[in-house]
Design a protein around this ligand. Structure first.
Ligand SMILES: [Zn+2]
Length: 473
C-alpha cells in the first residue's frame, strides 16, 4: 500500500468535498429525539439523512457492488446502512451517528450551533465533530483503498440517528439487520475523543450512563414565601437532601458502593501513563474561570475519575422562574435532570433502577418525589488488543501523525459499543475520534479539527487494509 498516496487522496477529498458537505450539515438543526420530541414533523433529521445519502450515493460507483439503504422502522429514527463488498469471509463494521446535541448557550460572537464557520484548521458548529464526519471519514478510507486497489474485507457502515438520546432505537435496527450485518471481527467507531491532536488516541473504555428527571413537589400551587417559609418545607431543600444520598456535596464523590466497579490493573497503569503524556492539560483544557481549581491535583486520579468512577452532573432544571420574573414565592415544585456516568463494566439498567429507588424511598416530609428514568446505557471495556491490531495502530499513528499511539479511557458514553461488545465478544475495536482539547462537543463553540479528521480517516484506511492481510493476524 502506498501511504503517501492514501494521505494525498484523503486530504484532497476532505478539502474538495467533505468540508463543504459538513458546512451544509452543520446548518441543519437535527437535534436528537430527546431534545426535539417533534423531530419527525420538523423534518430536520430527514434533511440530514438526505444530505449524507446523496453524497454517499455519488461515491458508490467507485466502490463496485456497494449498496446503500435508508432503513426506517415504524416510529423510530432512521438509520443509514451501507454495504461495501470485500474479499474473504470477514466483516468490518464502521459506526457513526448523525443526530445532534441541542444548542447550548455561551457561543462566542459570530459563532453558533447552526452557523458553520471555518477558522484556520477548525470548523465550528454543532455536530461536525460529534459525529457528522464519521460517514464521510469512513467512506473516504474505503475510497482511498479502492483507488489503489488495496484489498479489504466486506465493510458495513451503520449511521444511526438516536445516539445522543442513548441509542434507544438502535437495538431494534441491529436485530432487524443482524442477518445482513453478519459477525464482525473488527468494529471501527469514530465517535470518541483524543487527548491531543498530535497522535492517535485509542479509546480503551467508555463509561455507561443513567439518568432522568427528578421532581420534588410539596404544594398544589405556589404561595407567598413570607407566609409559608418555616411552615412548608421547600422543594429545593428536599431536592438537595435527596441528591446528597447520591453525591457527597463537599467532594462530589458518589456515595453508594453499588455504583462502583473494580478498576483493572492494566487500566490503572494506562491512566498513569496518559497522565504522564498529558500533564496538566488534563484539566487545563477546560475553560476554568480565574482562580478555579480542579477536583484534585493528582493527575492519575483525575484520569480515573473521568473514566472509571461514577460522577453526577445536573444538566437542566424546571419549576424555577428565570431571575427577572422571580417573585417572593414558595414554589410548588422543583425538577432537575440528572446525568450520572457509571463505570465501564457496571450494568447501566441496574444502576438506573438502584438510583431510582435510592431517590424515591422515604421522601422527607412525605413530599411527592419521582425519578423518571430516561437513559440506561451500559459502558464498555475493550477486550485485550490482538497483536495485529496493536501493531497496525502503532504503525498507523507513526505513519499519519508522526508520533506513537496513546491509550486512554473516555469519560463519555457510546451505548452501541456496550451492545456490540456483548453481542460480538470475538470482535476487535478501533475506537477513536476527533473530540480533543477545546473541541467542546455538547457545549458551546464545538469545532472539528480538520487535520485530525483527515488523519483519523487515513488511520482507518491503514487498519482496514492490515485487518485483511492474513499473515498479519
Ligand atoms: Zn457522538
Amino acid at each position: 500500500m502506498d501511504s503517501a498516496r492514501i494521505t494525498r487522496y484523503i486530504s484532497d477529498l476532505w478539502d474538495a468535498e467533505i468540508v463543504p458537505q459538513l458546512v451544509q450539515y452543520i446548518r441543519i438543526p437535527n437535534k436528537s429525539p430527546m431534545f426535539d420530541r417533534d423531530w419527525a414533523a420538523h423534518g430536520y433529521m430527514d434533511a440530514a439523512v438526505q444530505l449524507m445519502e446523496t453524497w454517499a450515493r455519488s461515491k458508490l460507483s467507485q466502490l463496485t457492488g456497494a449498496t446503500l439503504e435508508v432503513v426506517r422502522l415504524e416510529g423510530r429514527t432512521p438509520l443509514i446502512y451501507i454495504e461495501v463488498p470485500g474479499q474473504g469471509d470477514d466483516t468490518v463494521v464502521l459506526y457513526g451517528h448523525l443526530d445532534k446535541q441541542p444548542e447550548m448557550t455561551g457561543w462566542s460572537e459570530g459563532l453558533g450551533p447552526w452557523t458553520p464557520v471555518q477558522k484556520g484548521d477548525k470548523l465550528y458548529g454543532r455536530g461536525g465533530a460529534d459525529d457528522g464526519y464519521a460517514i464521510f471519514g469512513s467512506l473516504a478510507a474505503l475510497l482511498a483503498l479502492r483507488e489503489q486497489g488495496v484489498p479489504h474485507a466486506r465493510c458495513v457502515i451503520l449511521i444511526e440517528a438516536c445516539e445522543e438520546s442513548g441509542s434507544y432505537d438502535l437495538p431494534y435496527y441491529v436485530d432487524h439487520l443482524a442477518p445482513r450485518i453478519g459477525n464482525p471481527s473488527l468494529v471501527v467507531c469514530l465517535d470518541s475523543g483524543c487527548g491531543n491532536y498530535d497522535q492517535l488516541w485509542l479509546t480503551t473504555s467508555l463509561r455507561g450512563m443513567t439518568g432522568g428527571e427528578l421532581t420534588v413537589q410539596v404544594l398544589e400551587e405556589g404561595v407567598h414565601s413570607g407566609d409559608a417559609s418555616g411552615v412548608v418545607p421547600s422543594s429545593f431543600r428536599i431536592l438537595r437532601e435527596l441528591l446528597s444520598r447520591l453525591e457527597d456535596p463537599e467532594t462530589g464523590r458518589i456515595k453508594p458502593n453499588e455504583l462502583y466497579a473494580d478498576i483493572p490493573q492494566q487500566r490503572i497503569e494506562q491512566a498513569k501513563s496518559a497522565a504522564g503524556v498529558l500533564g496538566k492539560a488534563i484539566y487545563q483544557k477546560f475553560p476554568f474561570v480565574e482562580g478555579m481549581q480542579p477536583v484534585t491535583e493528582d493527575l492519575t486520579e483525575l484520569v480515573l475519575n473521568r473514566t472509571w468512577r461514577p460522577q453526577l452532573a445536573v444538566t437542566g432544571v424546571d419549576g424555577l422562574p428565570p431571575l427577572e420574573s422571580a417573585g417572593n414565592v414558595l414554589r410548588p415544585k422543583t425538577s432537575v435532570k440528572l446525568s450520572l456516568r457509571v463505570p465501564p463494566t457496571l450494568d447501566g439498567a441496574k444502576a438506573g433502577e438502584f438510583v431510582k429507588q435510592l431517590l424515591e424511598q422515604d421522601p422527607p416530609y412525605g413530599a411527592k418525589v419521582s425519578f423518571k428514568l430516561e437513559k440506561d446505557g451500559s459502558g464498555w471495556n475493550a477486550p485485550p488488543l490482538s497483536p495485529w491490531l496493536e501493531q497496525a495502530v502503532a504503525e498507523a499513528s507513526r505513519q499519519y501523525f508522526g508520533a506513537p499511539a496513546a491509550y486512554m479511557g473516555e469519560g463519555g458514553s457510546i451505548p452501541f459499543m456496550g451492545m456490540l461488545g456483548a453481542k460480538f465478544p470475538q470482535a476487535q475495536f478501533l475506537i477513536t475520534g476527533v473530540l480533543g482539547p477545546h473541541s467542546n462537543a455538547h457545549g458551546p463553540n464545538e469545532f472539528l479539527h480538520i487535520p485530525t479528521g483527515k488523519k483519523v480517516s487515513m488511520v482507518v484506511a491503514e487498519v482496514i487494509a492490515r485487518h485483511f492481510q492474513p499473515h498479519s493476524r
